[in-house]
Write a protein that binds this ligand. Structure first.
Ligand code: GRF
Length: 215
C-alpha cells in the first residue's frame, strides 16, 4: 500500500478527489496526512475523512529555507512513500526538493510547458489560447518544469473567464492526479525511471544545441 502525504494551500478539491478515491478498499494507496502552509479550507476534507493534518505556517518563518526545514521535519514524522502538491502555492526550497524528488509530484492547471507559474489559467486566457489543459508532473527545482507524468487538453470556450475555465480544468486535474497516484502505487509508473529519462532527454537537447551544424 502506497502511503501519501498531500500538501495544500486552498480549497482542496484535488485533495478531496484523492481522499474519495483512496477510501475505496481496492485502491492501492492511502492518504496518511495532509499538510498546509496556511489555515487552508481544504483541511475540512482531511478532517471529514479522519486524516491527521499539520500546519507549517509560511508567515511564521524568517525565510523559505527555514520554512522548508520545518516541512521536512513534519514529513519525516509521517514518512510517506509519496508527497503530492495539490494546490500548494509555494515554491519549495531546494533542500525539500533534494530530499523528496522524484517522490514529489504536483498538479498544474495548464498543459506544461505552456503557462507555468501561479497564474496558469489567467495566463492562457491572456495569451488568447484556444486550448489549455492540466498536467501532473514530478517536482524539480524549477517552477513547473519537472518531468511530465500525465497531461490532457482542455478547450478554452468563448466567454470563458479565469473562474469558469479553471472550473472546467479542475475535474481533469483530479482525474489525472488520482490515476497517476494509482499507477505509482501499482508500479505501472516508475518515478525514478521517469526522472532519469527526463534528465537524459534534457542532456541530449543541450548537446544538440551546442553541436555546431556541419556543412
Ligand atoms: C489547482 O488547479 C492546482 O493545480 C492549482 O491550484 C488549484 C488548487 O485547487 N495550483 P484545489 O485547492 O485542489 O481546489
Amino acid at each position: 500500500m502506497l502511503t501519501v502525504a498531500v500538501l495544500i494551500s486552498g480549497t482542496g478539491s484535488n485533495l478531496r478527489a484523492l481522499l474519495e478515491a483512496t477510501a475505496a478498499p481496492a485502491f492501492p494507496a492511502r492518504v496518511v496526512v495532509v499538510g498546509a502552509d496556511r489555515e487552508a479550507e481544504g483541511f475540512a476534507h482531511a478532517e471529514a475523512f479522519g486524516i491527521p493534518t499539520f500546519l507549517v505556517a509560511y508567515e511564521q518563518f524568517d525565510s523559505r529555507d527555514e520554512w522548508g526545514g520545518e516541512l521536512l521535519e513534519q514529513l519525516a514524522v509521517w514518512k510517506p512513500d509519496l508527497v503530492v502538491l495539490s494546490g500548494m502555492m509555494r515554491v519549495l526550497p531546494p533542500a525539500v526538493v533534494a530530499a523528496w524528488s522524484p517522490r514529489l509530484i504536483n498538479t498544474h492547471p495548464a498543459f506544461l510547458p505552456e503557462y507555468p507559474g501561479a497564474h496558469g489559467v489567467r495566463d492562457a486566457l491572456a495569451a488568447g489560447a484556444t486550448e489549455t489543459g492540466a498536467t501532473v508532473h514530478i517536482v524539480d527545482n524549477g517552477v513547473d518544469t519537472g518531468p511530465i507524468l500525465a497531461q490532457e487538453r482542455v478547450a478554452v470556450l468563448p466567454g470563458d473567464d479565469a473562474h469558469r475555465l479553471h472550473d472546467r480544468i479542475k475535474p481533469v486535474e483530479r482525474r489525472l492526479l488520482v490515476d497517476v497516484v494509482r499507477r505509482i502505487a501499482t508500479r505501472e509508473l516508475d518515478l525514478a525511471a521517469a526522472s532519469a529519462a527526463a534528465l537524459v532527454l534534457s542532456q541530449s537537447r543541450r548537446d544538440e544545441a551546442s553541436t555546431p551544424d556541419r556543412p
